[in-house]
Design a protein around this ligand. Sequence first.
Ligand code: SF4
Length: 428
Amino acid sequence: MTHAANRDSDSCIIYQLGSVKLLEPSKVTPTDISTATREGPPSFARALEHLRPGDAISRDAALRLIRCPDEHLPELLAAARAAKEHFKPRIVTYSRKVFLPLTNLCRDYCGYCIFRRDPGKPGAHTMTPDEVLEVARKGEKLGCTEALFSLGDKPELIFPEMREMLRHLGYKSTLHYLEAMCELVLRETSLLPHPNPGLLSAEWIARLAAVSPSMGLMLETASTALLAPGAAHDNAPDKVPARRLRTIEEAGKQKVPFTTGLLIGIGELPEDRVETLLAIRDLHERYGHIQEVIVQNFRVKPAIPMAGWPEPSQGEMLRTVAVARLLMPNVNIQAPPNLSAPYYEELLGAGINDWGGISPLTPDYINPEKPWPHLEQLRLRTEAKGFQLRQRLPVYPEFLPGVTAKPGLLSQKLQSAVDHQGFARRAA
Ligand code: SF4
């Protein structure tokens, strides 16, 4: 696919992506959008008609836009970018983090996962408290402010080896161990934990919220079709959409700043992506706790069950990001840069306002073949598009007051980590 920047005859910069021209987002105004859509086919034009930046589109509009033809992609992206600029003008954020794969044992077998291991297999590992602290301290020296705990879901339920490991460490379950490690990092370092442990009960959300300002669970998809034999979530009991939605809802009831998102290209239809986004939007409308929606694209790897699966195209990724932005114009939308490298500018042009967690120390254990971008590179390329790159904490600025209001160690640590605008004080 070709990739070049040109200047259009009407002085609006465009990107050429093969046959697709992308309008330079910073040049887009609501007038541009309405003018452009007048020329589109009726269904596409109706989807963006009268849309003002900040307005959320309807389900019907999202269903039209998610399959818009290539020639209308520029208008869709322009609308999304205008919405982003209305929400958070001129700023794009990231979180400088260390990645702590507390255990890669997992009771699920997702078809796209290269992270999980069975006990005894090469690379199977559960981190010790010393290892956790060592990585966190190294990250602290490199200016990191987030300790992202990623781990398999409840491995002790099917593996006696994990039960034995937990007994040896002195904990009843993986979640008890996770809670202790979040507390250890919080107490001993300046990093703020952000756990991603899978499904959680109301009790566990409350317990983890006492030692971490935010947490996350990717919804991934609202489609139950992916649970069918041979599909991506066959043999993944923790990926039943209704169960994941219950965890996200419970976090909402407890007002926990929550990160979620969708994984595209794992067998779902474009319409399923819309339904997944709508399910997230619905929960956010009810509880107001979704601090971030991640749009993650499936990347193929040789050693996974889905090794022969096609990756979603760049056009699918951009459409999904843009539709996410338009469905939730006032929610932080993130896309991992390493999974779309080198096309960072295109993601910015589709309406993201955050690059997610980037580590100067640890690899992306979920996609180890895709290195994080060099932070200076990311900064330069983000700034070249007219944005200021700001380092945020794992909890977004607008969600901080709810967390700092509760007295205790977490609140103290947050207050010493944050600057007057809600970003990271020790920004590196
Ligand atoms: S994606 Fe998560 S839940 Fe699925 S197998 Fe991998 S670690 Fe387990």
